[in-house]
Design a protein around this ligand. Sequence first.
Ligand SMILES: Cc1cc2nc3c(=O)[nH]c(=O)nc-3n(C[C@H](O)[C@H](O)[C@H](O)COP(=O)(O)OP(=O)(O)OC[C@H]3O[C@@H](n4cnc5c(N)ncnc54)[C@H](O)[C@@H]3O)c2cc1C
Length: 405
Amino acid sequence: MDNSGNIIPSFPRFCTFSQKYVLRSVTEKFDVVIAGAGPAGATCALALQGSGLNVALVDKCQFPRDKICGDSIPGPALKILRKVLPNSPKEDLLPEDTNRIRSSTLLTSSGSRIDIHWKAEAYNCRRTSFDQFLLHLVRDHTDIHVYEADKIDEVIAGDQVTLHLETSGRSLECDLVIGCDGANSIISQTLGNNQSINPESCIALRAYYKDVGSPEETNVFHLLKNIPGYFWIFPLGGGVFNVGMGLRKNVSDAKINIKEAFRSAIEENAMIREKFNHATILSAIEGFKLPMGGYRGRISGQRFMLAGDAAGLIDPLQGHGIDKAMHSGMLAAQLAVRCFRHHDFSETFISGYDDSVEKSIGKELRRNYRIMQLLYRLPWMISLLAVVTTNKKVKDLLLKGFYIS
Ligand SMILES: Cc1cc2nc3c(=O)[nH]c(=O)nc-3n(C[C@H](O)[C@H](O)[C@H](O)COP(=O)(O)OP(=O)(O)OC[C@H]3O[C@@H](n4cnc5c(N)ncnc54)[C@H](O)[C@@H]3O)c2cc1C
């Protein structure tokens, strides 16, 4: 783009070559391109409002789009949204079809239980709806250029970064790219050499069910016998439930078939089976990977930063990633503004982003990673926890530092 905002084609528009070649010749210039319009990308876009920067937000999908998830929106995610939109009334920052969650219950295979009542606000909401809502906020509150249904299929680093879009054939040139493009991030693969991703990740699957015999305001977790993971039942309201199972990725070494494990949990685990006596499945059973946090890989470099799943920031203990995605998206926007103020896009200057993520997110993730590893090695500790946490004072002390209480 020139200074007046006009698109500068880098090749004559009328060309006798293939249409792809003609389309590829259109180059648009931006200060910042955000790759991916999920929670990390949308929050980053919102946090750049008022910065004066010329920003593009690109997603390969047309919204509303589904994202395989447990649909549990952690309380801190809403706090971040209020931070980036401080002048919006609180009630405008929540999609309509949310289901308020007031507690969580953890059940062990031996029948012990831990009940946790949430002080912080927490909701369940289908990602189709939540992510569409965030993108609406971007459109309502910013003048960012949004490109949907256009996949970034090539990333070229040079004096600037050039991103090629597959469907429209456009090329986007920018000073800075923020990779918010999820667990299979092309930005992480090409510019970051995948350094951000913890090799010890998890996989999880989910399906929607109707009429599960489980409370409407409680997220229920069942720990499974002999399987390194848990089974969840999260209510979405109106009798619909998000049901899923998360496993450590080394299950593939242990030759566990996750879909089989999911079905057999419903058919053979007595505690789970009785909840599904009258349940009907509403969707396919679909899985996806969770890039776990608690790993200290580089998440930035010359002219790029990674946020959310692209940076591997999922809480290894609770399996949540939406809040960390939104938080890191906001931090990336803040560093982006500083880069332009100082005209510095060097690896050294941008490493300030790694430091701020480490300070506000990384420490917590590493602590939870250590707890997760301990609980997997010594599973009896969960039953012990169930006993000691019947005392409210002990429970408050042990859960201090988690956003749940
Ligand atoms: C089964 C499962 C259950 C989960 N349950 C929960 C839960 O209950 N609560 C919770 O907080 N977290 C949960 N998570 C984690 C959570 O889904 C992620 O942490 C969160 O979605 C990360 O947000 P993000 O914006 O970084 O990435 P995403 O939400 O994955 O968004 C990335 C976006 O980038 C786009 N994109 C990707 N590649 C390209 C490309 N080449 N070009 C253009 N666009 C591209 C995608 O279309 C997508 O819209 C779960 C994950 C799984 C797999």
